[in-house]
Design a protein around this ligand. Structure first.
Ligand code: CU
Length: 167
């Protein structure tokens, strides 16, 4: 499946590149106002270089490796239409918590909201996979687990809770 997606993506990228090359070849020499036309090539290369630098700098830390060690708290979260099963009622603050997100039926989205209503972490929950995400909660309080992927008529009822307690 992944290979098929890769091949389709590469074919579509080749089609887009072919359109760009065709457009450039069919444009008349020296098109555009004189001063601007002479700066076109360095401008395009400048934008490409800036794009590569910005993309590389902002994507560099990915993918994250999930930490290992004795100090890790593991939480198993299983979604099903239409509830979450969370195997803990509380986790400690200021420690790394690894969430193992899984689902028994369709795709769900594990989203964890803090007491202030702010989204702290999210990960897709997919049938046949256990997706991991880690987070360190620095504010104690009642956190809510909501579904971030529309999964049917009672999607909005997929709410679970756990407490983050001070260490
Ligand atoms: Cu849902």
């Amino acid at each position: 499946m992944h290979m098929l997606v890769l091949v389709i993506t590469l074919l579509l990228m080749a089609a887009v590149a072919w359109f760009f090359v065709s457009a450039v070849r069919q444009s008349p020499e020296g098109a555009g106002s004189g001063n601007l036309a002479s700066r076109r090539t360095p401008l395009i290369w400048g934008m490409v270089i800036v794009g590569l630098v910005v993309s590389g700098a902002t994507l560099w830390p990915y993918p994250h490796a999930v930490s290992a060690g004795d100090d890790i708290v593991t939480v198993n979260a299983t979604g099903a239409q239409w509830s979450w099963k969370i195997d803990v009622e509380q986790v400690p603050a200021d420690r790394t918590v690894v969430f193992n997100a899984h689902t028994e039926d369709v795709n769900h989205g594990l989203g964890i909201y803090g007491p202030d209503g702010r989204l702290h972490v999210q990960v897709q929950a997919m049938p046949g996979y256990v997706n991991q995400v880690e987070h360190v909660f620095d504010e104690p309080g009642l956190y809510q687990v909501l579904c971030m992927e529309f999964c049917g008529v009672a999607h909005h009822d997929m709410i679970a809770e756990f407490n983050v307690v001070a260490n």
